[in-house]
Design a protein around this ligand. Structure first.
Ligand code: SAH
Ligand code: SF4
Ligand code: F3S
Length: 440
């Protein structure tokens, strides 16, 4: 037997959709009368909201569980541990066998977390990895207080089946939430303090509703919400970048000039083996079209080095593509073979030292371009959404329209939009000077 938990802590790993899910689970447990604690080692219930994307991410869960248990044992406590997220979906009961956790709950079932926790108080593990046809969203409590920059999941799952990726298995098929439910949630977020909303989906630009409307319809609807100052969306697949969505970047002032558009590799042979369904040229042409309507757009991407069979020449095509695009920021990863994916069975494994060396070269190029992008914004005027306090007295941190971190000396509170001139740029952030003194 375990006693009913009174306090909880949710820790999310992985993508922004997990951050969103983690917030929703926290709201759900708070609605049950539990109190949130920032200290993972003080909580009666620890929810680990996990990521399965690379082997390292998955293994982290098990080391975390070990650490939490060790700490609790030293204090004479035995907290309940719930594993949520993509590892829960992928490994299910295996997690209970390996780590004796109390609850395992998949990304489509977490509205059942309170019942699962109650069931687990009798000492047996409670597992729910169903992907019900009925969406979990209707069963979640309303949003309360949120940060100035809020996430809103509009689409889940993936039908693209890139050969290296677990997401189609852990998150299931592509499902779009209904238009009205999303607009209602966006209004609730704004009422709860959000000034910027990032629409989320594993393939967010694949969002479609029953009438065939695409993501741009949602963006236009959010544009009309008073009090909402900024709109973003992520992550997009190149094949779902429609003309309507591209045009929205010219039409909607609130839509920020930033686009995360993963390409993964620069060689057509590798892209084909990855089942990416776009090639190098179609990607570059797409970038040209987007830049034609929004010349100042900041581009971001994801890259994988060391996909099975990747030759030095093919890797150099990735470097060439990076040079051609000039990314403002990017994420790059070493290929990690994932159980059950087609690529895991492909020949041509790349030696770890070759992967390391390629990743270093790629990251050097991406860092160079990020620094160049930041430097090119020096002298520009823009708004900054203030998100938190900086280290220095009077210093605040926020985001530029191009998603750069900006330091600014201001007495403007968190959640304000401040006009600045960017005066200096570093590799990972820029400094802004406030332009007008606001009325007190
Ligand atoms: N839906 C998004 C991102 C999904 S996962 C998209 O299609 O772009 C985020 C990133 O993790 C991917 O873009 C990819 O670069 C990386 N990734 C996915 N599976 C991986 C694997 N097996 N090994 C290494 N990186 C991987
Ligand atoms: Fe994974 Fe590809 Fe789907 Fe992105 S598009 S989630 S990389 S399968
Ligand atoms: Fe990870 Fe699942 Fe997101 S595998 S990247 S948490 S969709």
């Amino acid at each position: 037997m375990k006693t009913d938990p009174k306090t909880f802590h949710v820790k999310s790993f992985g993508c922004q959709m997990n951050v969103y899910d983690g917030d929703r689970m926290a709201e759900l447990m708070a609605a049950q009368g539990l109190t949130a604690t920032d200290d993972v080692n003080a909580a009666d219930l620890v929810v680990l909201n996990t990521c399965h994307i690379r082997e390292k991410a998955t293994e982290k869960v098990y080391s975390d569980i070990g650490r939490i248990r060790k700490h609790a044992k030293a204090d004479g406590r035995s907290p309940m541990i719930a594993v949520a997220g993509c590892v829960a979906q992928a490994e299910g009961e295996e997690i209970v066998r390996r780590a004796k956790v109390d609850v395992v709950v998949g990304p489509q079932a977490y509205h059942n977390l309170p019942q699962l926790v109650r069931r687990a108080t009798d000492g047996s593990a409670a597992i729910d990895t169903d992907m019900p046809a009925e969406s979990k969203f209707g069963a979640l409590p309303a949003r309360r207080r949120v940060a100035p920059g809020a996430f809103l999941t509009v689409q889940e799952g993936c039908d693209k089946f890139c050969t290296y990726c677990v997401v189609p298995y852990t998150r299931g098929a592509e499902v779009s939430r209904p238009f009205a439910a999303i607009v209602d949630e966006a209004r609730a977020l704004v009422d709860a303090g959000a000034r910027e909303i990032t629409l989320l989906g594993q393939n967010v630009n694949g969002w479609r509703d029953a009438q065939g409307r695409g993501l741009e319809a949602l963006i236009h609807a959010l544009d009309r919400i008073e009090g909402l100052a900024r709109i973003r969306y992520t992550t997009s697949h190149p094949n779902d970048m429609t003309e309507g969505l591209i045009d929205a970047h010219a039409q909607v002032e609130k839509l920020m000039p930033f686009l995360h558009l993963p390409v993964q590799a620069g060689s057509n042979r590798v892209l084909k083996a990855m089942n990416r369904s776009h090639d190098r040229d179609s990607y570059l042409q797409l970038i040209d079209r987007i830049r034609a309507v929004r010349p100042d757009i900041a581009l971001s991407g994801d890259f994988i080095v060391g996909f099975p069979g990747e030759t030095e020449a093919e890797f150099e095509e990735t470097l060439g593509l990076v040079d051609a695009v000039g990314y403002a920021q990017a994420f790059s990863f070493k290929y990690s073979a994932r159980p059950g994916t087609p690529a895991a069975g492909m020949a041509g494994e790349i030696a770890p030292e070759v992967m390391d060396e390629r990743l270093q070269r790629l990251q050097a190029a991406l860092n160079r371009d990020q620094a160049a992008f930041n430097a090119a914004t020096a002298g520009r005027r823009c708004t900054v959404l203030i998100e938190r306090r900086g280290k220095l007295a009077g210093q605040m941190l926020g985001k530029s329209p191009w998603l750069q971190s900006v330091h600014v000396m201001t007495d403007a509170p968190i959640g304000s939009l401040v006009d600045v001139e960017i005066v200096s740029a570093g590799p990972n952030s820029v400094a802004g000077v406030e332009l007008v003194q606001r009325a007190a």
